[in-house]
Each structure stands twice: as structure tokens, then as C-alpha cells.
Design a protein around this ligand. Structure first.
Ligand code: MIC
Ligand code: SF4
Length: 748
């Protein structure tokens, strides 16, 4: 985003903020300042945390190659000539990690040619900046080029909040939201509640930014941030680099937070300067007072935030989370005892650093500092060590500064600047599928099956420096801070705390950055979708609601426990079909645990009684019979990724209603947008009443109104019925989406 656009925003802020202070009758937090200054219409807008639906104007939209395909296909249905807001596409998710950067890149370019051609041609045509495969991971590239203090952006990826490291409110959403914002519509979100995190003390020694967020994951849990913005401030914030702040905000997605952000400070200004944006640093410095919370807020946080958490960084120990959920947290020092107690395999089979969460120059230097100590002592890494640089800029800089050669000397493999093993794009040959094994990484997610497609892999997440030290012990039971490992001479070797510079002393090295600007005349460009493609399929509008209640629908699946979008629509090899709704729907619910049988991915056909079929097979059979169905789910249903395939596939194969204990924010919106009715039990215990042979009716739909409960009746096999109250989160406008069959239909 050009500096003049930022300048205009900053110039508009003082007057808008004053109006807001008057109207709210109090001082403003930073999150509020950003929301208020991006309101579509401040005066007509209702403001009420946790209640009002905000209509906002975003500064920017970012897409990646996996979710971006659907986003663009939906944008194309709007019939616009150009995007209405600055937008970019980043090719990062589809590159499979197998044998190292160069070969992996070549393979990806040939394997994904038709998808890249589609994204490239659509970007060229519609005025979207295109970042080629190899240029880097979306969030790192956005941080380096586009994020700025006080801005508001949305991205079709749940870790978009990474940009909060530069004080931007950056929010992960589904592709439909992005398509609409690109088409010029205001973007809507529930007015979030605010969590204030007050940081005191100072990070030092082994403790790093990652530990703040892994600690918070344990404290707040994976749903603790739902529909909330997490705002960090306090004297301790100054001890964290801008990229470290980015790590914290990035992984706020694991708390389900709408977004996370830090107040503007000198570390952010330094990062803007180091990434060739001195002009933006100056603008932000001049507007500093608008890019932090008001002094009254800092003086009395409890009055201004809905919740406040204090963390003394001087006392924070390094943390590690896992397996299988990012909120299973403990200090590294307590892991060994738990490993023994739980009987987890202590041997680490792979150690991975990098990803969009933790691949800053500082991260790489601190990891290399650990590796260098070990090399000097004559130690060798005991496990394969894989490094994913976040961007070409990072890659070139660590190459120039000898960091990469350190990693290579310990036997590490440097992978492409892409998501790779973080998203299941990892061709592993060292363990058999379904072999229980342990891995450690500096990534942000560790759901079962996430990294290598095997639910038996136990994935632990921690800082890059801890991962690196553990690679030399090869064991989860090693505590790098307090423990020792045998040196080559048999004498105990102890690491000293990692050190690293926040920014490269010689500046960032420049490589082939891989950016391509859109065509001057987009009209002449044709979007490339081969007619016979098995990877891309133009979308057909979903049918409108027929005006009738849902009567006696079978239950396709009742899920038990964690049902993330990785359970509903797994990634890994399925990423291949992200642009082809019919094909990708074959993965529907493959990871979901069937509450009736305990088995994952399979269930009984409610009509024929046939068992052992995948949910897709059953759903396709029901659809062929003209029968729609419902989904019953547990807590925080749809947690994780922003991928709207987890809503589109069910919609496409016949889901009418999803009834759960609670939803994760992005997925709930995705269901609404695609015309599926999202309901929650008024009494969560009602979840237990649903049996495999029940039929479910949802009635009174013609009178659906905001805030009005809905009647759900269970027809039991013995002929009895039970009627329950369920709640829906739809606004008047969203009821319109439901009736139209989708938000997109409602638009047309
Ligand atoms: C993720 O980290 O889960 C992903 C893969 O980046 C997703 C997007 C996707 O599924 O393509 C996300 O976070 O939204
Ligand atoms: Fe890519 Fe992983 Fe980051 Fe998602 S979390 S954007 S898959 S690196």
C-alpha cells in the first residue's frame, strides 16, 4: 500500500476518533481506533461489543493459492472488472516439501501449472498483485511489504493476524468475504470484545515471543479468543521485536481470536525502515498517539477491556504445546515428567523450524546460535532438521549471513519458502503411516494429521531455538534450559541461552522477489481455466431456499470432540482439489470422529443402514435420493483454518443445518455465507439426545428472525418426539443469505 493511502488514513483519524470518544463517552483502545476509523458509516453504525454487526471498509485483501482459488471464483461471479481494494495473491500452500528447495520448487511449478496459470491470469486481469511460487509465505510477505500500523485488512487465511506485529488489525476470513470486499462491498464482522494483555518485565535468555503465545494458549484455550480482539501493551511490549510481535499475533488464531495486535512502537518503526518503508515509519511516528491506546486506557485497562491478563515476561519460562492441540501447554521444564506419565514416544523423529509463524531473521539467528554451539562442541543433530524460510528476502539474507550454511552443517535441509510440512505438504519416508511418532516444530498448529497426513504423529510446538536444541538431544525429555546432553567426549554438554539480532546489521539481502504487477489493461487478459480440468471448476450457484421447513432429515454425521476444519476438509494431498468443489468434496469429514461409532471419517447410511462408508459416499447417495441431511457437532466446531471448503462441501452434498455446542468464528461465517443454517443448542446437554436413527426437523423457518430461537424436533425410532430450542446467530441481512441460498446469490 502506497504511503499516500496511509497518509490519508492517518489524516482522517483525529476527527473520527474524537467523534467516537464523544459518542462512547470514554477513551479508546487501539482496536477501537482502527475499527472506528474504518467504519463504513460511523454515525449510522451501532457499536456494542459482542452484539453489533460492524460494517467496515478494509484497506487491503490478501489471498493465498489454496483458499484464494475459491475466493477468486466467487469474486468472478460478481461480474466486476477490477478489484475495488488493493489485493494480492501469494503462491505458498501448494509447494510440497520433499527433497529441498530447488527440486521441490521445480516439481511444484510443473504439478500445479494449471492452478498457478489460473491465479496468475485472474490476478493480471482484475488488478491483483501476484506473488509467484517461491516468493514466500503470505503472512511473511505481507509483513515485509504491506502491513502498517493502524490499518485494517482481511485475508483468506486464518493466520492473517500476523500483521498485528506491525499494529495492523488483520483478520482471517473465508474466501467469500474476500471476494465481496474485492467487489467493493463493506465487510462485516461481529463487534469484538476486547482482551487486554499487559506485558511487564523483559524477555531474556531462552524466553522468546513464542512462549508468550504458547503460554496464553494454555491459559485461554482454543476458544478463549472467539469473537475477541487481543490487544497487547505495557512496558514489556518494547522488549519484543516487530517480528516477535508478529509471531504472537499470528498464533492468536489458535485462540480463535478475531485478531491480535500491538500498539505502535519504535521496534515497529525500525522494522518498517529495514523493509524499505522509511516514509511509512515517519508517517506512523507523526501519528503515534492515534496508533496506540489512549493514556486513560493504559492507566486503567480493566475499565476499557472486557478481560485483562498480566504477564511478567521476566518470569516467563519457555513453553511447549502438544500433542494434537495448541492449548495443551506446559513449561518445557515440565515436559519430561509428562512424557513419562503419558507414555508418549520420547524419540523425536523430525525437528522443523520456520513457517509463517517463526521465520524472522531473529528466529533464524537464535536457532543458528544454538546450532553453532553444538557444532563447536562436536555434536551432530540426532534428528532430521528441516528449515522453512518465510520469504525469499529471509532466504537470501540467511544465505548471505552464513546462517544457512550453519543449518546445512548440522545436516539440515532448507526447504522452499512455502508452507510445506506445516500444511501436510510433506512427503515423509522415515516413518510408516499410522506409526506413532513424535515431531517438534516452531509452527502454530498441531491437529492430528496436520503435518504428514498421519493422525498417529504427535506434534509439539515451541520456539525455533528450543526445537533446534532438542534436535541435538533427539528426545522430548531434554530440557535445553536446565539439562545437559552427552558431548562427543562423554562429558555433559550444556547450551547457553540463544542470542540473535533483531534485524540484519547489513540490511536485508535482495533476491528475485517474485512479484508481478497486474496488467495495465485487464480487459484483454483471459482467465485461464482449462475445460477438462480436474483441479478447477467454475462454480454453479447453490439453489435458493424453497420456503419449506426442514422435515425429518437424517443425521449424516454427529462428530465427537475436536472437529477442526482439518477434520472436516483435510489439507495435505487434498490441496490439489481446492479449486474443484466436486472433487474436493470427496474428503468431507474424513478426519471427523463419528460419535456413534468412535471411528473417524466413516458412518452408516441412514436410509439403507449400510455401514463402513465414507461420509461423502453416504452423502452422495442421499443426494441422489433427493434427501438433505444435518450435522451435529461438539464444542468450537470448525476451529482452525479459514478454508470455506469445510462449509461448501457439506452445502454442495446436501447439508441444510449444522447444530453444535459452539462454533469457531470464521467457520460460522462461512456456513452463513454458503447458505447453511448454523444453530447452537440452547442447552449444550441436548447434544447427547441425538441418536443415529433420529430424524431431525427444523420448523418455523419462514418466521426466522434475529435473536429468535428455532424449534428443532427429534423424531425417535420408537415414534416419540422431543422438541428442543436452538439458537441462531443470523442478522436480518444474513437471513437473506440463507433464503437466497448463499450470500453470493443474495448479492446478485
Ligand atoms: C492453515 O494454517 O490451516 C492454512 C492452511 O493456512 C489455512 C488455510 C487453508 O486451509 O488453505 C488457514 O489457516 O486458514
Ligand atoms: Fe502456511 Fe502453516 Fe502459515 Fe498456514 S500456518 S499460512 S499452512 S505456514
Amino acid at each position: 500500500m502506497a504511503a499516500d493511502q496511509i497518509k490519508r488514513l492517518y489524516e482522517s483519524m483525529p476527527a473520527r476518533l474524537d467523534r467516537a470518544r464523544k459518542r462512547f463517552g470514554r477513551a479508546l483502545t487501539l482496536a477501537e481506533k482502527i475499527l472506528v476509523s474504518h467504519a463504513d458509516n460511523f454515525d449510522t453504525q451501532e457499536w456494542s461489543r459482542g452484539k453489533a454487526q460492524l460494517r467496515l471498509r478494509v484497506d487491503r485483501v490478501a489471498l493465498q493459492d489454496a483458499t484464494g482459488q475459491m475466493a477468486l471464483l466467487q469474486f468472478m461471479q460478481a461480474g466486476k472488472k477490477q478489484v475495488a481494494v488493493p489485493s494480492t495473491v501469494h503462491c505458498d500452500h501448494l509447494i510440497r516439501a520433499q527433497s529441498g528447495a530447488r527440486e521441490d520448487m521445480e516439481r511444484a511449478i510443473s504439478e500445479n501449472r494449471e492452478v498457478y496459470n489460473f491465479l496468475h491470469s485472474a490476478s493480471k486481469k482484475y488488478g491483483i498483485g501476484f506473488w509467484k511460487p517461491g516468493a514466500g509465505i503470505i503472512h511473511q510477505v505481507v509483513l515485509e511489504n504491506y502491513a502498517f500500523p493502524g490499518g485494517l485488512m482481511i485475508g483468506a487465511d486464518s493466520h492473517t493476524p500476523n500483521a498485528g506485529g506491525l499494529g495492523m488489525a488483520a483478520i482471517g476470513v473465508g474466501g467469500a468475504d474476500c471476494g465481496e470486499a474485492m467487489a467493493g462491498l463493506a465487510w462485516e464482522v461481529l463487534d469484538p470484545k476486547l482482551i487486554g494483555i499487559r506485558l511487564t518485565g523483559k524477555l531474556s535468555g531462552w524466553s522468546s515471543a513464542k512462549d508468550i503465545i504458547t503460554y496464553l494458549c494454555g491459559l485461554l484455550t482454543v476458544k478463549g479468543g472467539t469473537n475477541k480482539i487481543i490487544e497487547y501493551f505495557g512496558p514489556g511490549a518494547e522488549s519484543i521485536s516487530a517480528t516477535g510481535k508478529g509471531t504472537i499475533c499470528n498464533m492468536g488464531a489458535e485462540l480463535g481470536a478475531t485478531t491480535s495486535l500491538f500498539h505502535f512502537d519504535d521496534r515497529m518503526a525500525a522494522y518498517l525502515r529495514a523493509t524499505d518503508r522509511a516514509d511509512q515509519a515517519v508517517l506512523a511516528e507523526r501519528s503515534r498517539e492515534h496508533l496506540v491506546a489512549d493514556p486513560e486506557v493504559l492507566a486503567d485497562p480493566k475499565k476499557h477491556y472486557d478481560e485483562v491478563v498480566e504477564i511478567n515476561l521476566s518470569e516467563l519460562e519457555p513453553h511447549i504445546v502438544g500433542p494434537h492441540s495448541p492449548d495443551r501447554a506446559r513449561p518445557v521444564s515440565r515436559l519430561a515428567a509428562e512424557v513419562k506419565k503419558e507414555g508418549w514416544p520420547p524419540a523425536i523423529k523430525a525437528a522443523l523450524i520456520g513457517s509463517c509463524t517463526n521465520s524472522s531473521y531473529e528466529d533464524m539467528q537464535r536457532a543458528a546460535h544454538i546450532a553453532t554451539q553444538a557444532l563447536k562442541a562436536g555434536l551432530k543433530a540426532k534428528t532430521p532438521f528441516l528449515v522453512t524460510p518465510g520469504s525469499e528476502r529471509i532466504y537470501q539474507t540467511i544465505k548471505r549471513d552464513g546462517i544457512m550454511s550453519t543449518f546445512e552443517q548440522i545436516g539440515g535441509t532448507v526447504l522452499a519458502n512455502a508452507c510445506g510440512p506445516c500444511i501436510g505438504q510433506w512427503k515423509r519416508s522415515d516413518v510408516a503411516t499410522n506409526e506413532v511418532n513424535t515431531i517438534v516444530s516452531s509452527f502454530n498448529r498441531n491437529f492430528p494429521g496436520r503435518n504428514d497426513g498421519s493422525a498417529a504423529t504427535m506434534s509439539f510446538l515451541t520456539s525455533p531455538e528450543i526445537v533446534t536444541a532438542m534436535a541435538f538431544a533427539g528426545s522430548l525429555e531434554f530440557d535445553p534450559v536446565n539439562g545437559t546432553i552427552p558431548g562427543p567426549d562423554g562429558r555433559p554438554f550444556r547450551f547457553t541461552a540463544p542470542e540473535g539480532e533483531e534485524l540484519p546489521a547489513r540490511g536485508f539481502a535482495k533476491g528475485e522477489e517474485g512479484f508481478e504487477a497486474p496488467a495495465a489493461d485487464g480487459d484483454r487478459v483471459e482467465v485461464q481455466i482449462p475445460a477438462d480440468s480436474e483441479r478447477l471448476q467454475l462454480l454453479q450457484p447453490f439453489p435458493r431456499w424453497d420456503g419449506r421447513d426442514f422435515i425429518e432429515l437424517p443425521i449424516l454425521v454427529k462428530t465427537k470432540g475436536k472437529t477442526t476444519t482439518d477434520h472436516i476438509s483435510p489439507a495435505g494431498t487434498w490441496l490439489r482439489y481446492r479449486g474443484h468443489l466436486d472433487k474436493i468434496s470427496d474428503n468431507m469429514f474424513l478426519g471427523a470422529v463419528n460419535a456413534f461409532t468412535g471411528e473417524a471419517g466413516k458412518g452408516a447410511n441412514p436410509i439403507t443402514g449400510e455401514t463402513g462408508k465414507t461420509f461423502t459416499q453416504v452423502a452422495r447417495d442421499l443426494r441422489a435420493r433427493g434427501t438433505s441431511w444435518v450435522v451435529i457437532g461438539d464444542e468450537n466446531y470448525g476451529e482452525g483454518s479459514s478454508r470455506e471448503h469445510a462449509a461448501m462441501s457439506p452445502r454442495y452434498l446436501g447439508a441444510k443445518v449444522v447444530i453444535v455446542k459452539s462454533f469457531a468464528r470464521i467457520h460460522e461465517t462461512n456456513l452463513k455465507k454458503q447458505g447453511v443454517l448454523p444453530l447452537t443448542f440452547a442447552d449444550p446437554k441436548d447434544y447427547d439426545r441425538f441418536e443415529q436413527t433420529d430424524r431431525v426437523s427444523v420448523t418455523g423457518l419462514a418466521l426466522l428472525a434475529p435473536g429468535k430461537p428455532v424449534d428443532v424436533t427429534l423424531h425417535k425410532a420408537d415414534g416419540t418426539t422431543v422438541t428442543l430450542k436452538c439458537l441462531h446467530p443470523l442478522t436480518e441481512e444474513q437471513i437473506g443469505w440463507f433464503k437466497a441460498g448463499s450470500a453470493l446469490n443474495a448479492l446478485k
